[in-house]
Design a protein around this ligand. Structure first.
Ligand code: NAD
Ligand code: WQD
Length: 343
């Protein structure tokens, strides 16, 4: 990493990217956002600037355009990249695999080509616990075998990890980290930024908060006949601000690396599994608001349970999650209530 503190944040207007931009600025970095707003709203940038009380550079464009990424590297003395930009809806990826392979793979390749051209070495990549599928043993460590992907989306994450690994082995200088997020939830404690699902949410927590807000009549719990204590699926839900901090820590860690050609991957979770019903009940309790729900059939493709072994990130990166589920769900509700700004 050069002496500059400028970090290219692709997809920086999105859910995890926008929170990471806040943490980056607070840690002394200057983020340069590149986002095509295919799954975000430009108003997010205004809200990030309001939180930070300073201007942020945001370029509206596509990271598959080499002409554009090269112009950004030319105009700004970029020292590292956090690559969030991707399409992320699992179901849509089954219907439109070319969109997913096209966007997720070409975005990464274009960004890495540009990094190589400009001698920028440090990359943090958004991967996912989806690479593990339904693991045979819990909790999952980074050594747990990756399973054949259950969706084109999941496959793009596996292939992107492989691309990075291959490039690091062959291209002198690259230093990269793949962060395998478990289930990100929550919002910035100000309530000014959070997850902004377009249309009907696929994920649990946005659906719960929209139901509490009266936007949805009720939420269907997808199956209560799993082999878990209360019969509902178990996931490792992590506060998005903890994830944001992990990106800052990863970038700093890369700059501290004495070796070139470094690659590693880390689970980002809390290490604790919670069931769907536990999340629902916790939301009701912490926000003192009822959530209508009914039990429905299992959702096709769902795995029964997964949660992370988080010791590698703690031991090597010196990072661990510090925020609780009640905090995350209180922040979600605060964000949900401020959402009128976007409508
Ligand atoms: P998001 O959709 O909110 O953010 C992604 C951002 O990238 C959006 O603002 C979108 O407009 C932008 N984008 C997409 N393609 C682009 C392109 N070609 N050029 C420029 N901008 C582009 O998603 P998120 O939840 O913040 O996820 C960020 C990353 O983390 C993604 O790579 C996602 O696959 C990964 N991830 C997310 C989750 C999750 O549950 N949210 C879990 C694991 C991994
Ligand atoms: C969580 C639990 C559902 C909605 C997805 C992607 C994964 C990763 C994270 C990107 C499950 C249950 C949900 C609802 C419900 N993303 N649920 N009713 O499926 O663990 O992971 O997001 O990499 O790749 O697949 O998250 O939030 O959709 O579901 O009962 O209306 O909530 O069955 O058990 P999931 P989720």
């Amino acid at each position: 990493m050069s002496n500059s503190n400028k970090v290219l944040v692709t997809g920086g207007a999105g859910y995890i990217g926008s929170h990471t931009v806040v943490s980056l600025v607070q840690a002394g970095f200057t983020p340069i956002i590149l986002d095509n707003f295919s799954n975000s709203d430009p108003a997010v940038i205004d809200n990030v600037m309001e939180i930070l009380q300073q201007k942020i550079t945001c370029i509206d464009g596509d990271c598959r355009s080499a002409e554009l990424t090269e112009s950004i590297f030319k105009d700004h003395n970029i020292s590292g990249v956090i690559h969030f930009a991707a399409s992320k809806a699992v179901g849509e990826s089954v219907e439109k695999p070319l969109l997913y392979y096209g966007n997720n793979l070409l975005s990464l390749v274009t960004v890495m080509e540009t990094m190589k051209k400009f001698g920028v070495t440090d990359l943090v990549f958004s991967s996912s616990c989806t690479v593990y599928g339904q693991p045979d043993k819990l909790p999952v460590t980074e050594e747990t075998e990756r399973k054949p992907a259950a969706s084109p989306y999941g496959n793009t994450k596996k292939i992107c990890e492989d691309i990075i690994s291959d490039v690091v082995q062959s291209e002198t200088g690259f230093r990269a980290i793949s962060l395998r997020y478990f289930n990100p939830i929550g919002a910035h404690p100000s309530g000014s930024i959070g997850e902004l699902p377009i249309g009907v949410p696929n994920n649990l927590v946005p659906f719960v908060s929209q139901t509490a807000a009266g936007i949805r009549e009720s939420i269907t719990v997808f199956g209560d006949d799993y082999n878990t204590p209360d019969g509902t699926c178990i996931r490792d839900y992590i506060h998005v601000m903890d994830l944001a901090d992990a990106h800052v820590r990863s970038l700093l860690f890369l700059t501290e690396q004495p070796d070139e050609n470094y690659y590693n991957m880390f689970n980002l979770g809390t290490g604790k599994g919670n069931s769907v019903m536990e999340v629902l009940k916790c939301f009701e309790e912490v926000n003192a608001i009822p959530v209508n729900y009914q039990i429905g059939p299992r959702r096709s493709g769902d795995i029964e349970q997964i949660y992370a072994n988080v010791y590698k990130a703690e031991n090597i990166l010196g990072w661990k999650a510090t925020r609780t589920m009640p905090e995350a769900l209180a922040d979600t509700w605060k964000w949900q209530q401020s959402l009128k700004k976007f409508s």
